[in-house]
Design a protein around this ligand. Structure first.
Ligand SMILES: NC(=O)c1ccc[n+]([C@@H]2O[C@H](COP(=O)([O-])OP(=O)(O)OC[C@H]3O[C@@H](n4cnc5c(N)ncnc54)[C@H](O)[C@@H]3O)[C@@H](O)[C@H]2O)c1
Length: 323
């Protein structure tokens, strides 16, 4: 049993990894500030409901950029491991709010790295993103690619986080693994993300925005596979590593919409729009490094994952919950 700090614990991925760690009887300190930029507090409170009933969980509503608040948590609980997920996470809003993104995703990360060093943390997992690869990386994307041309402020802040994390590893020996997640989906998926957003629009009969001609491709990754990868990474300090966590199989946007239509039993009204500059035409993870270092084998194909997502989504709708 380890004491583990999970930042962003009320979010989509954070609430899932928190549950996994609580079930295996780690002691989890959850931190989240219920940031309202993407979705409301009510959903995040709901994500945390089960965790809050567990004896091995404590929660702090706090901003990772508040150094004093973070220091108090580190001082009181002395976490052995950190899963750092708290971030401003969407690509498109980062265009309008680069300064906010830099503050939370870089400054906030440095605060956690510095406290990890001061308090002798044994393992730090940093949530990075496929967005670091930009639009000119050769597919499938390998971790050895330079990834120095991200095409959104969001992607740039994630790359900055990886780089400063390396410096902390180099100078202080802090073991750090940066996991580059590829379009994560499943129950509790962020409402602003494709799949969840499209499901909502299809059900409400609203236009579904398709950027470009609909042939762009994404490597959609099911939440349980991501949680498997985080769990192994957390238990296996390896110095400093960057590892892709994807499914390894890109899917064409219009094919994904068809799968959603089938699962929802309703046709989408497509609205074709120009491709924004923040959107790469393709994401495709090379997952051989994850297989080698984390024994990572994604188990859920998109045609299996979408029906599970839709089942959850329709249940939330039936319960009259805001989604
Ligand atoms: N979902 C994906 O497809 C995806 C893909 C690549 C990378 N990621 C990364 O994974 C992590 C989790 O993503 P998610 O989809 O679960 O997003 P999310 O928005 O659901 O979760 C992030 C959580 O962080 C919290 N937060 C934001 N700013 C904070 C601050 N200053 N202090 C404390 N808490 C703060 C938010 O309130 C939210 O609950 C993020 O770092 C994101 O960049 C996600």
């Amino acid at each position: 049993m380890a004491t583990i700090l999970v930042t962003g614990c009320a979010g989509f991925i954070g609430s899932h990894i928190t549950e996994r760690l609580l079930r295996r009887e780690d002691f989890v300190i959850g931190v989240d500030n219920f940031d309202p930029l993407f979705y409301g507090r009510e959903i995040k409170e709901r994500n945390l409901r089960w965790a809050k009933e567990q004896k091995n969980f404590v929660f702090f509503e706090a901003d990772i950029c508040d150094r004093e608040a973070m220091q108090q948590i580190f001082g009181r609980y002395r976490p052995q491991k950190i899963v750092h997920l708290a971030a401003l996470a969407g690509v498109v809003p980062s265009l309008e709010r680069p300064i906010d993104y830099e503050r939370v995703n870089v400054f906030g990360t440095v605060i956690l790295l510095e406290l990890s060093r001061l308090y002798g943390v044994e393992m730090f997992v940093f949530a990075s993103s496929s967005s670091v690869y930009g639009a000119d990386t050769k597919a499938p994307f390998k971790e050895s690619e330079p990834a120095v041309r991200p095409i959104s402020p969001y992607g740039a802040t994630k790359r900055m986080g990886e780089i400063i994390a390396y410096t902390f590893h180099h100078l202080h020996g802090l073991p750090i693994t940066c996991l580059r997640f590829f379009t994560v989906y499943g129950p509790r998926q962020r409402p602003d993300l494709v799949i969840h957003k499209f499901a909502r629009y299809i059900v409400k009969g609203k236009d579904v925005p398709i950027y470009g001609d609909g042939t762009s491709q994404r490597d959609y990754t099911y939440i349980d596979d991501i949680v498997d990868g985080i769990e192994v990474a957390l238990d296996k300090p390896m110095g400093y590593e960057i590892i892709n966590l994807g499914c390894g199989t890109p899917v064409i946007l219009l094919d994904m919409v068809e799968m959603l239509e089938r699962a929802l039993g309703k046709k989408a009204k497509l609205q074709f729009l120009p491709m924004p500059k923040t959107e790469p035409p393709l994401t495709h993870a090379d997952i051989t490094k994850a297989q080698r270092l984390l024994d990572y084998r994604p188990k859920v194909r998109i045609d299996e994952g979408i029906p599970v997502f839709v089942e959850w989504f329709l249940r939330e709708l039936r319960d009259g919950l805001e989604i």
